[in-house]
Design a binder for this molecule. Structure first.
Ligand code: FAD
Length: 349
């Protein structure tokens, strides 16, 4: 695994037969035939211009917290490690902060708060890199990345050209963006600019945060308090990937028509559902899975987390195939009982 041309900082850091086990939060075994650490836009261009790597298919890797590796990776793995954080503009109505794609997302949330630029606190403790945050438009506790997004820079893997995309060009949707569609695997996000609105307004309408407000009696929490609440809620509910391998929520919450929802409520009055502004209804995938009796179950060396049925876990030594087998069994039983197809949230490779 020795870097073959690591002597000069300007040259690419290329590793061969690199284990990816420590680079995915599920802790799944897989080997990358070739892994390149990308530390700048120039590194991406060096890959594009490289006589061998240039034309090879690529696999872009951030923190590996939203992928399920079921096999070795023959494509060239580009491990994005671009660093840097800075305030690029401060206006009456926002702080604009620019962050390198390889910066750990949670560290950026904590850092902006410490600098006195609140706005990301609801997205605390989401694992992974800042560069991947726009890919699935990360969201939690009433805030999505798109609500705090300004623009990003991405390098095209064919032309090597850097483009700057605004929110409209990113086509953000629910756990979706152009980087999961037309640009999937084609562009490396190198820098993300966040827009943190001023004056700061807390977003605390989400049920778990309402509960915290009631418990603590704090009606007007500051941003640090919201950050602390979000961290406490997440720690109580989600497994720490450093202890138990997982990729967070394994399935998206399905969106159904009001008629479908009424039909399900007719049979299962308890179903957890949220009416959406466009008239559709979002169902809690975790509730559907729990209702099918999966919480705490184990199949092979993969299992369903005891405290949250939406999270699949590695019970120790699981392979990606075992995780996928369990996921399929869950999909089948949810479909059998509710007629709803659950869609995985992580990228299955
Ligand atoms: C315990 C836990 C809790 C989680 N909670 C949440 C949550 O609350 N909300 C939420 O939305 N997600 C959540 N997730 C999922 C995950 O953390 C996010 O999706 C995160 O943004 C993934 O970042 P990553 O760097 O690990 O991406 P990776 O897993 O490395 O990659 C994910 C996808 O993004 C692509 N990609 C990565 N970096 C780049 C780049 N620089 N340029 C272009 N494409 C790129 C990859 O090719 C891949 O398709 C959770 C995961 C875990 C393990």
């Amino acid at each position: 695994m020795a870097p073959s041309d690591a002597a000069a900082p300007q040259s690419l850091q290329i590793e061969h037969r690199a284990s990816l086990r420590d680079f995915n939060t599920f802790g799944l075994p897989a080997v990358a035939a070739t892994l390149v650490r990308v530390r700048s836009e120039a590194d991406v261009r060096r890959v594009v211009d490289h006589p061998v790597l240039g034309s090879a298919p690529k696999f872009i890797l951030g923190g590996g917290s939203n992928i399920v590796l079921t096999r070795d990776v023959g494509d060239v793995v580009l491990k994005v490690e671009v660093t840097g954080r800075r305030l690029v503009a401060e206006t009456d109505d926002a702080w604009i902060v620019e962050v390198g794609a390889g910066e750990p997302w949670h560290d950026v949330v904590a850092w902006t708060l410490a600098q006195g630029w609140p706005g990301l606190e609801n997205l605390a403790l989401i694992p992974g890199s800042t560069g991947a945050a726009p890919v699935q438009n990360i969201g939690a506790y009433g805030v999505e990345l798109k609500d705090r997004f300004h623009s990003l820079d991405a390098v095209d893997l064919v032309t090597g050209r850097t483009v700057t995309l605004d929110a409209a060009a990113c086509r953000f949707g629910y756990r979706d963006s152009v980087f999961k569609q037309a640009l999937a695997g084609k562009s490396v996000i190198t820098r993300v600019r966040l827009r943190l609105p001023r004056p700061w307004q807390p977003v605390i309408g989400y049920l778990d945060l309402e509960r915290k407000r009631a418990e603590t009696g704090i009606d007007a929490p500051d941003a640090q308090t919201v950050f602390d609440w979000v961290c406490a809620i997440r720690r109580a509910k989600l497994p720490d990937p450093a202890v138990v391998g997982n990729a967070g929520s394994f399935f998206k919450n399905p969106v159904v028509t009001p008629e479908q929802c009424r039909d399900i409520i007719g049979r299962d009055p308890e179903v957890v559902h949220y009416p959406m502004p466009d008239g559709s209804v979002k169902l809690a995938a975790g509730w559907l899975i729990d209702a099918c009796g999966w919480k705490g179950k184990t199949v092979g060396r993969a299992g369903v987390y005891e405290r949250q049925a939406l999270v699949l876990v590695n019970r120790g030594g699981a392979s990606g195939a075992e995780v996928v087998t369990l996921a399929r069994a869950i999909q089948e039983s949810v479909y059998g009982r509710f007629g709803i197809r659950l869609e995985p949230e992580p990228v299955i490779w």
